[in-house]
Ligand binder design. Structure first.
Ligand code: FES
Ligand SMILES: [Fe+2]
Length: 401
């Protein structure tokens, strides 16, 4: 006999700490609608790097769930973001993903907006029509140490703490002066939480990622890894790196503040960076003078994560598309003055995280199919899934507010 369904509040209260989420968190449209309101639209999401929009009129589009933002450098050189929705009858205005323009012309009836969002042309409107009242609606946008952040609400979390606390580690890698050497979108037919949960744990790395597991040490136990950590720490200073550990991620952030975190983990001996043979794939970043044999994990808000090797940064942004689909946008960042061909080669630069993300996509989609089954019951998490555990607890906390 069918049980009477729990309310969302009861479901949140019934969550057993240290266990996976109930299937309803992956398949219930009501819960997804709540996530849209309380998590997805309320948080900053990385939309790329400022170097992508250097000149007035340079623009790019960020799509998140049902929303789309035009991010554009204005005539005064400031970055702005606008809802990509026409003020006439609501068509999407900009259909291109990126480019450079002097105006945005709606494809439906031709209303035209300048790069600062003002409506500059609308044909055959009544005499009393006041164009100045129908500019594009602004969406929150900021840059944080070179990264473009977008939030689809008017009172986004403050970035003051993140900006201050992350200044030192991000300066080491010269985040302000990076550029996008490569970008790929990976469409994943699974709920967005499954993709981030997968990113948060390395319990699966040994089984799913043989190449990654050759160089990264996250799946080692603490005692074994500590030896390698110590060797890396001894080299750090001479390489221009400071030994930092920062944890203000999600649940640990002050209320109303954007979450952030930083830590560095040793690679296996012989690996200077995350590449096919461990050899450098781009010039050293920022303030670095040599390879310490480590890679840093950074998080900025709940959707955006980074792996900073000594010579390149990989940025992973997990974007909800709908309840059953999400996207992983990956940016490979190198020094702004690095030259393609002589200083780096895109195939070599992207090799590791392209194969790793394709493998992740498969396992996430398998997981998505499984949790839809009536036979799925939340299982117990391993000791290697503690970050995933705190992530899902943070999600529940947001939903329960
Ligand atoms: S909907 Fe854009 S001009 Fe009509
Ligand atoms: Fe993975």
């Amino acid at each position: 006999m069918r049980q009477i369904e729990k309310t969302t509040e009861q479901l949140i209260a019934a969550h057993q700490p240290g266990y996976a989420l109930d299937r309803r968190f992956y398949v219930d449209p009501e819960i997804y609608a709540l996530e849209i309101d309380r998590i997805i639209m309320r948080n900053w999401i990385v939309a790329g790097h400022q170097s992508e929009l250097r000149e007035p009129g340079d623009f790019k589009i960020l799509r998140v769930a049902n929303e789309s933002a035009i991010i554009v450098r204005g005539s005064d050189n400031e970055l702005r973001a606008f809802a990509n929705v026409c003020r006439h009858r609501g068509s999407v205005v900009c259909l291109k993903n990126k480019g450079s323009t002097s105006k945005f012309r709606c494809p439906y009836h031709g209303w035209t907006y300048d790069i600062d969002g003002n409506l500059t042309a609308a044909r055959n409107m009544p005499a009393e029509f006041d164009r100045s009242k129908f500019g594009l609606v602004q969406v929150s946008v900021q840059t944080l140490h070179g990264l473009i952040l977008v939030c689809f609400c008017n009172d986004p979390p403050s970035t003051v703490d993140a900006r201050r606390e992350m200044a030192a580690p991000m300066a080491m890698f010269g985040f302000e002066n990076l550029k996008v050497a490569a970008f790929k979108e990976y469409s994943i037919a699974a709920n967005w939480k499954l993709a981030i949960e997968n990113y948060m744990e390395c319990y699966h790395c040994a089984t799913a990622h043989p190449d990654y597991a050759k160089m990264h040490t996250l799946m080692l136990d603490d005692v074994k890894r500590e030896k390698l950590q110590e060797r890396m720490r001894q080299r750090m200073n001479a390489c221009g790196l400071r030994d930092l550990f920062i944890n203000g991620f999600n649940a640990r952030a002050e209320p109303g503040q954007l979450g952030y975190s930083y830590s560095r983990t040793a690679l296996f001996k012989g690996y200077k960076t995350g590449s096919r043979d461990g050899a450098p794939v781009a010039p050293l970043l920022g303030e670095l003078t040599d390879y310490d044999g480590g890679a840093s994990d950074l998080a900025i808000g709940p959707f955006s994560f980074f792996l900073a090797y000594s010579d390149h940064v990989v940025c992973y942004v997990f974007v909800p598309v709908d309840m059953d689909h999400c996207r992983c946008d990956i940016y490979w960042l190198v020094r702004d003055d690095a030259r393609e061909g002589s200083d780096y080669n895109v195939d070599e630069l992207t090799w590791l995280w392209d194969i790793t993300t394709k493998a992740d996509k498969e396992i996430i989609m398998n997981n998505g199919r499984g949790v839809r089954s009536r036979f799925y019951e939340p299982g117990q998490l391993s000791d290697m899934e503690s970050s995933e555990r705190s992530y899902i607890e943070w999600v529940l906390e947001q939903l329960g507010r």
